[in-house]
Design a protein around this ligand. Structure first.
Ligand code: HEC
Length: 95
């Protein structure tokens, strides 16, 4: 019985300590969904569209940083993901 318990405990701690699968770690909305959801709380997407094709990725990081200061519910990882996504779009692309 002792042995069984020890083995069970070992198996359990391996399960707990092993890193989470990537799919679980990244269980947050994809960048396009994030933009539609988080960037429409104060203005509509027309505001965002105006800068598409003009802003570099770095510009988007700065812009979204400004939005964070205004109260946008966006963390830094989401900011980076959205900036990368937005900088791949061309003017007129659907958001
Ligand atoms: C908490 C409110 C709020 C949220 C959420 C928000 N914004 Fe804004 N945004 C503003 C305000 C206020 C302005 C106008 C003042 C300004 O330009 O900074 C603005 C203006 C803009 C502009 C035009 C700025 C310019 O100089 O042309 C862009 C582009 C923009 N927002 C993008 C975004 C993006 C992308 C998101 C999502 C990450 C977002 N916003 C979320 C408040 C917000």
């Amino acid at each position: 019985m002792r042995m069984v318990l020890a083995v069970a405990c070992a198996a359990l701690s391996v399960a707990i300590l092993s890193p989470l699968p990537a799919s679980l770690v990244q269980a947050q909305p994809e960048a396009p969904a994030l933009v539609r959801e988080r960037c429409t709380a104060c203005h509509n997407l027309a505001r965002v569209r105006e800068r598409i094709g003009k802003n570099s990725e770095k510009d988007w990081v700065d812009y979204i940083g400004r939005m964070q200061k205004r109260g946008a519910r966006v963390d830094d990882a989401q900011k980076a993901a959205m900036a990368a996504y937005l900088s791949t779009l061309a003017a007129g692309d659907a958001l």
